[in-house]
Design a protein around this ligand. Structure first.
Ligand code: NAD
Length: 296
């Protein structure tokens, strides 16, 4: 299939690589020229704009930071909707609010185009390994058509319901992830302060009732998991500012629904503190440093 792929960051680049590996033809665009060049070296066709990226494709995938970028890429000058042929399928895998997902899809529908929201979970490791979970909001017919392409990048492809429901699933998941990471950070830091070997503590947690992904796959304490961002100074991974964005989406959606999210609001404040300290670009598991004594 000919695929236009836009947004080649921490997640988008490895996802695009997996599509190439599966034999798809890719035309790629990112505002970061170096990212486009890197994918070009791997066999993709570089494009100069979203419009350029989608001109000859059958399907479009976008993987962008936030709602404003999604609006620009689809609806802006030289955007996806300005350069597209009828019948092309659209998939946005960025994490954004359900309302924007529905608005952009409505603009696409005016041109007779079908769009799905398909945010992901699984982190950069899952993106590299092709084991992401896709949470798809789309008609049943569109889901059946895009499922085989998503399966080149993910292991669990879940149809959540109509348009927007993928984003609902994603923001609820990340509300929990943001909270659970803080819980693991707090427990690991307490264990360290009280004098237990943190490797032993992590081993206990990971075979006990405290076990969770934040602990057994992405432990925030350095030296526990070699592949986690905590092992490389909290670089790469999922930036704290992106987690802050997702918690903002969750608390805003909760406000609209008059639904309390008490721990979510507290978690939002803690990641805000991390961002204020200048660490918003670091992986969100760096939240553990709020609990650690400054090095002397
Ligand atoms: P990122 O910041 O690493 O990458 C985003 C890319 O989009 C960058 O390369 C940037 O240059 C590009 N971009 C920005 N504006 C653009 C525009 N107008 N046109 C073209 N390209 C543009 O972010 P990421 O970590 O890859 O995350 C992407 C999305 O996936 C976010 O919505 C995030 O919340 C979600 N997500 C991330 C993770 C993770 O672990 N990193 C996990 C699940 C979901």
């Amino acid at each position: 299939m000919r695929i236009g792929f836009i947004g080649l960051g921490n997640m988008g680049a490895p996802m695009a690589h997996n599509l190439l590996k599966a034999g798809h033809e890719l035309t790629v665009f990112d505002v970061n020229e170096r990212a486009v060049i890197a994918l070009g070296e791997a066999g993709a066709q570089p494009a100069a704009s979203p419009q350029d990226a989608v001109q000859t494709c059958d399907l479009v995938i976008t993987m962008l930071p936030a709602a404003a970028h999604v609006r620009t890429v689809y609806l802006g000058e030289q955007g996806v909707l300005t350069g597209i042929r009828p019948g092309v399928l659209l998939i946005d895998s960025s994490t954004i609010d359900p309302q924007t997902a529905r608005e952009v899809a409505a603009a696409a529908a005016e041109q007779g185009l079908s769009m799905a929201d398909a945010p992901v979970s699984g982190g950069t490791g899952g993106a590299q390994a092709g084991t992401l979970t896709f949470m798809v909001g789309a008609s049943a017919e569109l889901f059946d058509r895009i499922q085989p392409v998503l399966a080149c990048m993910g292991k669990n492809i879940v149809h959540c319901g109509e348009l927007g429901t993928g984003q609902i699933a994603k923001i609820c998941n990340n509300l929990l992830l943001g909270i659970s990471m803080i819980g693991v950070a707090e427990a690991m830091a307490l264990g360290d302060a009280l004098g237990i070997d943190t490797k032993i503590l992590a081993g206990i947690i990971n075979t006990s009732t405290g076990r969770c992904w934040s602990s057994d796959t992405y432990n925030p304490w350095p030296g526990i998991i070699e592949t986690a961002p905590s092992a490389r100074g909290y670089t790469g991974g999922f930036g704290a500012d992106l987690m802050l964005k997702d918690l903002g989406l969750a608390t805003e959606a909760a406000k609209q629904a008059r639904q309390p999210v008490l721990l979510g609001a507290l978690a939002q404040q803690l990641y805000q503190s991390m961002s204020q300290r200048g660490d918003g670009g670091k992986d969100f598991s760096g939240i553990v440093n709020l609990y650690r004594k400054p090095e002397v």
